[in-house]
Ligand binder design. Structure first.
Ligand SMILES: NC(=O)c1ccc[n+]([C@@H]2O[C@H](COP(=O)([O-])OP(=O)(O)OC[C@H]3O[C@@H](n4cnc5c(N)ncnc54)[C@H](OP(=O)(O)O)[C@@H]3O)[C@@H](O)[C@H]2O)c1
Length: 277
């Protein structure tokens, strides 16, 4: 049976837990080949083995390491190329939170939070964007034909132009800075800007850069950020049911499965009862 992502080659960073793990499973389940990254190599090895068994195909490979490091980024790309082909769907997901405000958060963690959330995202976009754009440039005639067909009122063959995607995990707190986690929110504010900047540069050449802005999603995120479990439990009751990583994964799969000329470029996802942030 044809799957919406058959033939696509994906990279997902931060895939050992939470949103990244759910996205990797969802993309593989929809037909993509996937290179998964995270620092906990044993976790992604186990996940890849389990998915390959389930799919009855070797479609998930691992590239362990720090996603903010250019050497690891290079390995993600070379493993994807060797195993599956040129990556055309990159999910820039690895990241972490930090509880507290600019005045109260643990300053000793600022560098790590900024490095993985912002620099890691920028480095990965820069590593994959130019080749994706070059490949799309080579298909410019097909894009121009599709545009002309639309002007002429003719149907466009969905296979006439290929989709290429960079999906970036921002956050609602990157849009509405919350004093609850404002240093983290500031890094995501920068990530939101980075995704929009990359969209403006790559979109005209046929590459979709999609910003995903989730609100509260239950994952390892809250523990890593150092949120107080009692306060967080109260928030979950007030705003709940809060989102699960699978909710984000489904939204991403939907966005990247749209025809190549349709771009759902900014997706905000909240539990229905969460009014802010
Ligand atoms: N959960 C939320 O409420 C929420 C809301 C909005 C946005 N987000 C964003 O969504 C993304 C995923 O968060 P999540 O909720 O899935 O958190 P999570 O459950 O803590 O997962 C984070 C993932 O990132 C990986 N990671 C962290 N630092 C890394 C590094 N330097 N190199 C490679 N991988 C790294 C972790 O794996 P290792 O530790 O094995 O490296 C883990 O797989 C993050 O960018 C986060 O900011 C989350």
């Amino acid at each position: 049976m044809t799957q919406p992502l058959d033939g696509r080659v994906a990279i997902v960073t931060g895939a050992s837990a939470g949103i990244g793990a759910a996205v990797a499973k969802e993309l593989a389940g929809c037909g993509a080949s996937v290179v998964v990254n995270a620092r906990r190599g044993d976790r992604i090895e186990e996940m890849a083995a389990a998915l390959n068994r389930m799919l009855d195909a070797e479609r998930v490979a691992t590239a362990p390491g720090d996603a903010a490091d250019n050497h690891t980024i290079g390995r993600m790309l070379s493993i994807a190329r060797e195993r599956f082909g040129e990556p055309d769907l990159v999910v820039v997901n690895a990241g972490r939170g930090l509880g507290g405000s600019v005045l109260t958060s643990d300053e000793s963690q600022w560098e790590e939070v900024t490095r993985i959330n912002f620099l890691g995202a920028a480095r990965l976009i820069r590593a994959v964007g130019p080749k994706m754009a070059e490949d799309a440039d080579a298909e410019k005639a097909a894009w121009d034909q599709a545009a002309a067909d639309r002007v002429a009122g003719k149907a466009i063959d969905p296979k006439a132009v290929r989709a290429r995607d960079i999906v970036v995990l921002g956050s609602t707190v990157g849009r509405h800075i919350s004093p609850f986690s404002s240093l983290y929110g500031s890094t995501k504010f920068a990530v939101n800007a980075l995704a929009e900047a990359a969209r403006r540069e790559l979109g005209p050449r046929g590459v979709r850069v999609t910003l995903i802005e989730p609100a509260i999603v239950v994952s390892e995120f809250q523990g890593v950020a150092g949120y107080d479990p009692e306060n967080f439990g109260e928030l979950m009751k007030k705003f709940g049911p809060v989102l699960l990583p699978e909710d984000i994964a489904q939204a991403i799969t939907h966005a990247v499965s749209l025809p190549a000329w349709v771009h759902m470029n900014d997706i905000v996802l909240r539990g229905t009862r969460q009014e802010y942030p």
